[in-house]
Design a binder for this molecule. Structure first.
Ligand SMILES: [Zn+2]
Length: 343
């Protein structure tokens, strides 16, 4: 076990903590900046299995901070989950890696958590609705999760242990969770990402190595440019009437009518459209390619997606039926284009 010698020499982990880390399965939701940072660190630390879910593909603007990706991934428009899996396997072949090119919905996340015995979820999404879904899943299936977000030079993180700490929903009214600004409007610098990743990975190692009692009970936030660091105790914010973790809980974010079918994506002029019915995979992209080519439209493709230009827009169709419309934030405009090519 030379490979992990420096980590086992670290007393709070030791040989038994390392053995415990080795037996754990971590779910990383999102493979952007936070997701790649967390995934790389946990794979290097020797987690037993890591599952990554991401719906997007690698673009040039990701390379400044999304540490698992290289230029070739952006050239090939490789789905992030696929590119991350390839790179992680090169870093540590002892760790089992599963990757899903997929959207996270309440339905899909609940199905996955029922199927696989995860020990921990890492929040590496840029989407508050998904965090609330993770939060409900965490409470319902007693699965700890670590919230993390960053934008500009600012970052924030919190560890949520079901049955022990307040949940994200408890804090919605009172805590400064940094909603509003997105990397779309104010950009983001890599050290803000690194700070959040460091906090999340440290907390993850505590949980995975059997040192849950050492977890940080404060909501931490910081601004690496303005030199501000804050830690707020949150245990008093536990809401006994909370719909996610209170006594008569209803898990509101797991009910199906809360689903959105279109979403404007963070970081770009892009609208995602998700069909309500899951289409037949594989053959669908082939048929689409044939139809586009017959209309004289030039199509770019890899085994996971197909993309083409229309006017000033670029449409990207994934195997699972989702379509990204780049070049607009207008949902109406995106839907018109979608219906023109996808019925
Ligand atoms: Zn709660």
């Amino acid at each position: 076990m030379d490979r992990y010698s420096r980590q086992t020499l670290f007393k709070p982990i030791g040989v038994s903590g390392q053995k415990s880390i080795r037996e754990k399965h971590v779910l990383v939701i999102g493979a952007g900046a936070l997701g790649t940072g967390n995934a790389e660190a946990l794979v290097r630390a020797g987690a037993g299995k890591l599952t990554v879910i991401d719906r997007d593909y690698v673009e040039w603007s990701n390379l400044q901070r999304q540490q698992l990706y290289c230029e070739k991934d952006a050239q090939e428009k490789l789905p992030k989950a696929v590119a991350a899996k390839q790179r992680l396997a090169l870093i540590n072949s002892e760790v089992e890696i599963a990757a899903y090119v997929s959207d996270v919905t309440n339905e899909s996340l609940e199905a996955l958590v029922k199927k696989e015995p995860f020990d921990l979820m890492i929040d590496a999404t840029d989407n508050f609705d998904i965090r609330l879904i993770m939060n409900d899943v965490s409470q319902k299936y007693l699965l700890p999760w670590i919230y993390g977000a960053c934008v500009g030079s600012y970052g924030i993180s919190l560890t949520i242990l079901p049955g022990k700490t307040p949940c994200l929903h408890c804090l919605l009214k009172t805590a400064p969770l940094g909603g509003g600004a997105t990397c779309d409007t104010v950009g983001i610098i890599a050290p803000a990402v690194g700070m959040v990743v460091s906090h999340q990975v440290a907390e993850a190692l505590k949980i995975l190595s059997g040192n849950e009692q050492e977890c940080n009970q404060k909501l931490v936030s910081f601004d690496v440019w303005k030199n501000q660091y804050m830690a707020v105790r949150v245990e008093k914010l536990k809401d006994h009437d909370c719909p996610s973790c209170g006594q008569s809980r209803t898990y509101p974010h797991l009910s199906f009518d809360n689903q959105t079918k279109t979403a404007v994506l963070c970081g770009r002029d892009t609208v995602q459209i998700r069909p309500s019915v899951r289409l037949e995979e594989g053959r669908r992209l082939d048929a689409l390619k044939e139809s586009l080519t017959s209309q004289g439209i030039e199509v770019e493709e890899n085994p996971y997606l197909l993309s083409f230009k229309v006017e000033e827009y670029r449409l990207v169709a994934f195997q699972d039926g989702r379509v990204l419309v780049h070049g607009t934030k207008e949902i109406g405009r995106a839907k018109t284009l979608y219906h023109r090519y996808f019925g």
